[in-house]
Every structure is written in C-alpha cells, then in structure tokens.
Ligand binder design. Structure first.
Ligand SMILES: [Zn+2]
Length: 252
C-alpha cells in the first residue's frame, strides 16, 4: 500500500469511527508488539522455541507443570515492563467516551486493563497471563507470590486453599475456550455498528468468525493489520499500518 493510500485509509477510519455509535474493537498480538510484547506466532520468538504443553499434560504430569512454569517465568521476563501504547490508549478512549461497550482481545498481557479499561469491559478469549488460578477451586493466585517459592523449591505451585494445581490464567492448547467470554464476544458482534480489528491476522478460531458475524448483521468491518488477512475481501476498509499510528488521532 502506498503512503498516500495509507493516509487516506486512516482518514476514512476516523470518519467511520465518528459516524459509529457502538464500536467493538477486536485486538490481537499486533497491537501489543508495539509495546514490546512478543507475538506468539512470529518465527524466532521465544514462544516458538518449544512445542506447547497441552492442557491434559499440565493436569496430569508434575514434570509438565514444572516445565510450564519455568517457561512462563522466562517469557514474563521478556515483557514484564511492557506498558500500553497509543493504540491501547486510543481504544480505551472509545470505551471511556461510551462509544464502545467493550474490547474483545486474543491477548493475555493485560495491557487493555493497564490502559484504563475496566476489567469487566475487556473480554479475554485466551485468558490472562498476569495472574494464575487454581484449576480445582478457581482461587486467584498472584505471580509475585508464586515465583519465589517455585524458584527456591523447583516444585510446581499448589493452591493454598485446596492444594489443587495452580496454572497461569491463560487458555492452553487443548483447554476449553472460556464460555462466558465467547458468548459475550458473539453478543457484541451481533449488536455493534462498527467492528474494528486491530493487529490480528484472524486465523485462530473464533477470531475468524466474529468479524463475519458482525458483517452479516450489517455492521461495518474495518481491519487494521500490518499483514493481509483472509477476511480483507469482506472488509469495508483495510488499513496496512502500525496500529498506534493509525489510531493516534483518537488521543491527540
Ligand atoms: Zn484451589
């Protein structure tokens, strides 16, 4: 895309945002790479070195739990200092102004909440990597409390309430998608008038279906992503640009 075309597309995006009353943003890794959070699926990223540990293995194997926690804390060191960027702040502004009921995200980094969006207005399809929960009783555990004991003893963390296995609050390979989050995301897609994809390549289910649901019920569909996506042909507007650059006018 030529420079002028990109500028024109960004101007059109803001005209469409101005006309919309009920905007649902859908975000993926691309919005957070601008905050220094690595993309899972980028070749060479620390996420791609090892095969994922399936959920069943985590539940049944102490060794798998130890390996999962070792990897988890290693990865955390890569983006512990990540802060929301202008893209996050722009989407937070839409929520704060009452123009967007919620943000749906594939990200696990908590940066939408860190940008000021109330937790109940961030719908996390893949969970949240900034804390942990007990798989048996659901009790929340803070990573800062778990890590020192893990590094001292090498034992996988167990729940203080029920001794159940404690796992990062993300959705692992082989783990069921969170039902409530999925239902809320679908309901939002059904009632928005503008569905705004930011930094997602739209390949992972349900990412590929939500924009289609929105488009079919008559919403405008905008895809802002550095790379082409399979849904570009049905979008009303496609912008190939950094999300921060394209969204910056919302916060200036
Ligand atoms: Zn428990």
């Amino acid at each position: 895309m030529m420079q002028d075309e990109t500028e024109d597309a960004i101007a059109e995006l803001h005209a469409m945002l101005d006309r919309a009353d009920r905007i649902v943003s859908f975000t993926g890794a691309g919005i957070s790479t601008e905050s220094g959070v690595p993309d899972f699926r980028t070749a060479g990223s620390p996420w791609m070195v090892n095969k994922p540990i399936p959920f069943e293995a985590f539940v049944h194997s102490r060794e798998a739990r130890i390996e999962a926690w070792r990897r988890k804390f290693t990865m955390d060191d890569h983006y512990r200092d990540a802060r929301p960027n202008v893209g996050h702040l722009a989407l937070a502004r839409l929520v704060a102004d009452g123009r967007s009921p919620a943000i749906v995200t594939q990200n696990i980094d908590g940066l939408h909440q860190a940008s000021g969006v109330p937790g109940d207005q961030v719908i996390e399809l893949h969970g949240n990597g900034t804390y942990a929960t007990c798989l048996d009783c659901g009790w929340r555990h803070e990573l800062a409390a778990i890590r020192p004991a893990f590094e001292e003893t090498g034992e996988p963390p167990a729940c203080l309430m029920c001794t159940g296995p404690v796992k990062s609050a993300t959705i692992s390979f082989g783990q069921a998608m969170p039902q409530e989050a999925m239902m809320r995301a679908q309901a939002l897609a059904l009632e928005c008038d503008l569905f705004l994809v930011v930094g997602s390549s739209l390949v992972v289910y349900p990412a590929a279906t939500l924009p289609v649901i929105a488009k079919r019920q008559g919403a405008k569909l905008v895809i802002l992503n550095r790379e082409p996506t399979e849904l570009d042909p049905i979008a009303d507007l496609v912008i190939r640009a950094e999300s921060g650059k394209a969204l910056a006018p919302l916060v200036s």
